[in-house]
Design a protein around this ligand. Structure first.
Ligand code: PBG
Length: 338
């Protein structure tokens, strides 16, 4: 006779481990699965020819000149990754306090978009709308007395969205966190007959330290001091406020929303998925990429396992898809294991 008193419930009739014993069974009972079509690949671009510049804060990530990018996209498209997000590293001489290069219809992003669309017409193209790669101070908008001016910034963001749409961008992704920008961009695009250009808004974007490596990658952190974006990005302590932000963006015409960063904000992804009716995407940001990569480099964790675990966690939390610098590596693993 077993001593029942030290066990609880229906043990030993119910053994949770039974389903886990065999690989086939684990597959059958899997509640979430990773698909290549869940992935969005963020890519940094730079001027020049034949350039793939490594980024010290993000080992394994490069800034590509457009010709190299087109080569890389062969793989991306062949693997079936549905979309990429472009981030430009703008040369210093084109930066000013108003980020005016952002509305140059022949800027780096617009040129890249045109060429990519020609070569890969079915690949989804996502372009960021925000001024930080273009301003010499690194803020996402125009500064008036050292504060980012909301309405003046929204005016220029609308124009930035339009030049990108005209170049052929499929999805406009405002990452600036200005108030009212989704409605303003939607109206502006519609007035200019871009009624089918989608808007994927960074609806709940937190003022996070995990963006550090990205700012290094696009060169928006020229001073040693960390740029404080807390007057427009959200306080990491808040959750209800994220729901308000998402609801506002939905009411203003967003087609999809992004929660950013990813892993520290799984609760926000879960809430948005359950409370708001809109496709939701997680952005596994540069600092998250760097943490996993550096920990693996130091033999603290297994890179492949950690990478796959981090991505499935987003899906379990409710994300419809994930923006990740691991997208290409993950897609290769998925396609090999098919
Ligand atoms: C800028 C922007 C940022 C990221 C995407 N768009 C940085 C920021 O807000 O400072 C971060 C992405 C990452 O860290 O991977 N509008």
């Amino acid at each position: 006779m077993k001593n029942k008193s030290i066990f609880s419930g229906n043990y030993p009739q119910t053994r949770m481990r039974r389903n886990r014993m065999k690989n086939f069974s684990n597959k059958l009972i899997s509640e979430n699965n990773l698909n290549i079509h869940d992935l969005i690949y963020p890519i940094f671009i730079t001027e020049g020819k034949n350039i793939s510049d490594s980024i010290s804060s993000m080992p394994g990530v490069f800034r590509f000149s457009i010709d190299c990018l087109l080569q890389l996209l062969e793989d991306v498209v062949n693997l079936g990754i549905p979309a990429i997000a472009l981030f430009p590293c703008i040369e210093k001489q084109y930066k000013d306090s108003d980020g005016s290069e952002a509305i140059n219809s022949n800027n780096l992003v617009c040129r890249a978009v045109k060429l990519i669309k020609k070569e890969f017409p079915d690949l989804g193209l996502i372009c960021d709308v925000a001024l930080d790669p273009y301003t010499n101070h690194g803020h996402d908008g125009i500064l008036i007395n050292d504060v980012v001016d909301n309405d003046k910034t929204v005016d220029i963001l609308c124009k930035q969205a339009l030049v990108q749409a005209e170049a052929g961008c499929d999805i406009i992704a405002p990452s600036d966190m200005m108030d009212g920008r989704v409605a303003a961009i939607r109206n502006y695009l519609d007035e200019n007959n871009f009624i089918d250009t989608q808007i994927m808004s960074y609806a709940a974007k937190y003022a996070s330290s995990f963006y550090g490596p990205f700012r290094n990658a696009v060169g928006s952190n020229n001073s040693k001091k960390t740029i404080d974006k807390s007057s427009y990005q959200m306080n990491p302590a808040n959750s209800n406020e994220a729901i308000r932000e998402v609801e506002l963006d939905i009411s203003e015409g967003a087609d999809m929303v992004i929660i950013k960063p990813g892993m520290p904000y799984l609760d926000i992804i879960y809430r948005v998925k359950s409370e708001c009716n809109i496709p939701v995407f997680a952005y596994q940001v540069s600092g998250e990429y760097a943490m996993i990569t550096y920990a693996a480099k130091n033999q603290c964790i297994n890179k492949q396992d950690a990478m796959l675990e981090s991505i499935i966690a987003f899906k379990r939390a409710g994300a419809d898809g994930v923006l990740s610098y691991f997208a290409l590596e993950v897609a290769k693993i998925i396609s090999i294991n098919k």
